[in-house]
Design a protein around this ligand. Structure first.
Ligand SMILES: [Zn+2]
Ligand SMILES: [Zn+2]
Length: 163
């Protein structure tokens, strides 16, 4: 089953944003951690972004609101990454909000539009199984994998992308 989890382009409206921030805070508390105001601010920016954001872009956006130094932003990002509230897209060197932080994440798949940088996170169990089976037959025990798929999003393929 292919679950289309997130389109970075679809920015969360405020009530949904609050809900997701509160859910993230609750998830952190369950692990004995705290979603500090800075971590929350970084997560909010990533959740609202229409495109993946680089650490530099996050820093620029936070600089206007509060005086956040680069090391603290990087630490906040590390925290959010470790809890899989955000993901790093290696190809873009940028961050996206996780579409569904509760999902398993043994094998994460991203569809990345090479034209507009829109990112869709997929959680296709069959893909995960296929990669795990291929690894097993090579005597390799898969622990974690990220697949970044390059191509054109539907809008760009149709020539109608506004990004
Ligand atoms: Zn995710
Ligand atoms: Zn596109």
């Amino acid at each position: 089953m292919t679950a289309k989890l997130a389109i970075a382009e679809a920015a969360s409206p405020p009530p949904a944003l609050e809900r997701r921030l509160n859910a993230a805070a609750t998830a952190c508390e369950r692990e004995g951690e705290t979603l500090t105001p800075l971590r929350r601010a970084v997560l909010a920016l990533v959740l609202q972004a229409r495109r993946p954001l680089t650490a530099y872009q996050l820093l620029e956006q936070l600089r206007t609101a509060r005086r956040a130094a680069p090391p603290t932003i990087y630490r906040a990002l590390d925290f959010l990454l470790a809890r899989r509230l955000v993901h790093r897209i290696e190809r873009l060197g940028a961050f996206v909000a996780c579409a569904e932080p509760e999902h398993e994440h043994a094998l994460v798949q991203f569809l990345i539009c090479r034209q507009c940088d829109a990112v869709v996170e997929l959680d296709d169990h069959d893909v995960g199984e296929a990669v795990a089976a291929a690894a097993r037959s090579a005597g390799f025990r898969l622990e974690h994998a990220v697949i970044e798929v390059d191509g054109l999003c539907a809008a760009c393929a149709a020539g109608s992308c506004r990004g």
